[in-house]
Design a protein around this ligand. Structure first.
Ligand code: HEC
Ligand code: HEC
Ligand code: HEC
Ligand code: HEC
Ligand code: HEC
Ligand code: HEC
Ligand code: HEC
Ligand code: HEC
Length: 438
């Protein structure tokens, strides 16, 4: 272990001292986004010192020794890993500043040290066809309403993944900076994947959703009837072009790991995407062995589908809560989702139907486009699981109000990852069915 590390550092020193003008290296680094001879790393300070584009020295140097104009490590001492700035400040919550994370020095809309700057749009734009004005950089994405909390991610990864050191960068739990490729430029080729599973850091996630799940994965619409990612020409093309994000995300979010969130001050819901008794949006079948009459296209043709996590979530941050995308299945959400979704079971009935804006993208409501959901909950042709069976005097059991029109019942009462119908059962004991609602 130690000698391997030392060898790595000697190699690095060799590169820094001997290779300044040398052409880019061969191998996975040369194939990576950062090592790319035409599009890779390039800072003006190191440029001036004669390092070619893509050279390691644009990120690694001996503590602010080159020209002295780059940000000195805030600690005053040499940065861990001989990076040109401190790796991570361990700030506990957003807003983040550029100096909080080494990567933000380049991956930011303004003040980027990369010559010419870098534009990184949200997933739902680059791969999902959105044209709505959105943040155009990674730093800005992490400063939206919801985001992967960098210190929580760091502390989850530390001590769990062998390559992850105490001074490691939280971004590095999802990306290998020496391997990540330019998926943005080649959005329909998973060989250009930008991510590595935290449990397999030295490789990229190049296996596709199609290779892992076959036709159970139905890629959502992108623009018109083209599919994700990036206007793929057919469902088959789309599933072959999407990296297997289920395997990726479930490296951390699975049915075993406790994932702590400092925002919610609790462990997150465990997610069982893989088993036949888990989530219905995962491998668990829908109740009926026929296409659902309340499914929106393209999900109304077949049944027993499985979704990718990134069909609904952004990886970095979102203006919606819980990293929920602003564009899903070929259209923008009709409204923003701004209130936390998971509600404690004992907090009354609520009346928040914002989450319905997400469901509307793939499920049919009472009337096209309206965020009202009586049909699927009160039954109708082909709807098998409706919680309401028809007793007139029981409206208040679920809707909570004795008189007046039934207001919406907060969706997150019953719909969240891992939800069974406990809350419902509590209201109507005779309804026990072991149903899973999400
Ligand atoms: C929880 C995992 C995770 C974390 C943490 C994470 N990323 Fe990502 N990142 C992803 C995924 C998934 C993608 C989507 C693949 C893509 O866009 O090509 C992505 C994409 C990217 C992209 C390409 C965006 C584009 O233009 O398409 C960049 C750049 C990036 N991440 C940088 C970062 C930086 C910098 C950090 C830390 C501040 C970070 N990521 C933290 C998962 C993560
Ligand atoms: C390296 C481990 C890791 C990976 C991989 C990972 N996450 Fe997370 N995720 C976390 C941690 C830790 C938290 C809790 C802290 C926080 O809120 O960010 C979290 C929180 C979340 C939240 C809740 C955020 C909120 O504020 O409500 C969502 C949603 C989420 N992750 C989705 C994903 C998706 C989608 C992927 C795959 C693209 C993914 N995660 C991959 C570690 C990970
Ligand atoms: C985009 C910036 C970037 C470039 C370019 C880059 N690195 Fe790194 N490197 C990093 C970061 C960030 C880390 C720290 C990883 C962590 O946080 O755990 C690192 C860590 C390392 C380590 C220590 C690994 C360990 O596990 O202790 C070595 C060795 C290394 N880099 C060598 C190189 C070499 C050699 C090159 C060029 C072929 C290179 N790097 C190019 C960002 C970069
Ligand atoms: C010196 C500037 C610099 C730093 C520092 C830097 N990057 Fe990059 N990064 C780039 C450039 C340049 C590209 C390629 C942009 C392009 O393809 O047009 C890139 C591309 C990427 C991509 C591939 C995106 C895609 O799909 O095209 C990922 C992922 C990424 N960086 C993550 C990181 C992470 C994580 C860190 C911190 C550990 C980091 N970067 C630090 C300059 C930088
Ligand atoms: C990206 C598309 C998409 C979105 C967004 C979506 N769903 Fe689904 N949903 C599906 C698909 C596809 C199925 C069918 C799964 C199967 O065939 O096993 C499904 C199935 C279900 C089922 C099981 C139905 C049955 O017949 O057994 C429930 C319950 C459900 N969704 C609730 C929701 C709720 C609540 C929301 C909003 C918070 C939502 N869905 C958002 C695509 C989506
Ligand atoms: C077993 C629980 C249950 C019972 C009992 C029940 N409902 Fe519902 N109803 C729901 C659920 C769940 C929804 C979907 C969430 C929502 O929109 O409030 C719903 C939705 C509705 C809606 C659409 C509300 C909106 O604004 O979107 C109306 C109207 C409605 N129910 C009327 C009634 C009436 C009238 C009764 C009594 C005759 C009744 N419900 C009994 C569960 C129930
Ligand atoms: C009282 C509990 C409860 C509440 C509150 C509730 N639902 Fe449901 N919902 C259910 C149950 C139970 C099902 C059927 C589950 C199944 O088929 O697996 C369901 C099914 C659904 C489906 C899938 C319908 C289909 O096509 O098969 C959607 C979409 C949905 N609900 C949206 C919503 C929205 C939006 C809200 C908030 C306005 C909401 N629900 C509130 C219990 C609830
Ligand atoms: C149909 C859309 C949809 C898909 C697909 C989906 N999610 Fe979610 N996710 C949601 C919604 C809505 C919430 C907010 C309700 C909740 O917390 O469960 C959420 C919440 C979360 C949370 C926070 C849970 C908590 O305890 O607050 C995590 C973590 C998460 N998702 C990860 C994932 C991962 C990993 C996958 C893929 C295996 C995935 N999601 C697939 C819609 C989706």
């Amino acid at each position: 272990m130690r000698s391997k590390l030392l060898a790595g550092w000697l190699f690095l020193l060799f590169l820094l001292l001997a290779c300044r003008g040398a052409p880019a290296l061969a191998g996975p680094y040369a194939d990576s986004a950062h090592g790319n001879a035409a599009a890779g790393v390039r800072r003006s300070a190191t440029d001036a010192a004669g390092y070619v584009q893509g050279n390691c020295a644009h990120c690694h140097e001996q503590h602010a020794s080159i020209a002295g104009v780059e940000p000195a490590p805030a600690s005053g001492a040499a940065s861990p890993f001989a990076l040109f700035a401190d790796n991570f400040s361990r700030r506990v919550a957003a807003p983040y500043n550029q100096a909080d994370d080494f990567c933000f020095f380049c991956h930011a809309v303004s003040g980027s040290l990369q010559v010419g700057g870098i534009t990184n749009y949200q997933y739902c734009r680059t791969f999902g066809g959105s044209t709505v004005s959105q943040v155009a950089g990674i730093l800005a994405a992490f400063n939206l309403r919801s985001y992967h909390n960098l210190e929580d991610v760091r502390s989850f990864a530390a001590g769990r993944f062998s390559y992850f050191k105490s001074a490691s960068n939280p971004c590095v739990s999802c990306h290998n900076p020496h391997r990540a490729r330019r998926n943005r430029e080649y959005p329909r080729d998973p060989a250009y994947s930008a991510v590595s599973r935290p449990t397999d850091h030295e490789n990229l996630v190049t296996t596709s959703m199609g290779a892992t799940f076959g036709s159970a994965y139905e890629p959502p619409y992108c623009t018109g009837t083209t599919r994700e990612p990036a206007s793929s020409g057919s469902a088959a093309a789309g599933r072959a072009a999407t990296p297997d994000y289920v395997s990726f995300c479930t490296s951390c979010h699975n049915s075993v790991n406790q994932v702590y969130s400092s925002l919610y001050n609790r462990n997150l819901q465990r997610i069982d995407w893989w088993s036949a008794s888990g989530a219905k949006h995962g491998a668990r079948d829908r109740t009926d062995s026929s296409p659902s009459p309340t499914a929106a296209p393209p999900y109304n043709v077949n049944y027993d589908y499985l979704l990718s996590c990134l069909d609904c979530h952004e990886p970095h941050g979102s203006s919606n809560v819980t990293l929920i995308r602003t564009r899903v299945n070929g259209g923008e959400l009709a409204g923003a989702i701004t209130t936390p979704v998971v509600v404690p079971p004992d907090s009354g009935y609520g009346s928040d139907n914002q989450l319905g804006y997400l469901c509307l993208r793939c499920h049919l409501s009472d009337a096209a486009g309206t965020n009202q959901w009586q049909l699927v909950h009160h039954g109708g042709p082909g709807v098998l699981d409706a919680p309401y069976g028809g007793a007139l005097n029981r409206c208040r059991d679920c809707h909570g109000n004795a008189q007046g029109p039934p207001r919406p019942i907060t969706c997150g009462k019953c719909h969240f990852h891992g939800a069974t119908d406990f809350w419902l059962r509590d209201k109507r004991p005779e309804m026990e069915t072991g149903r899973r609602t999400f």
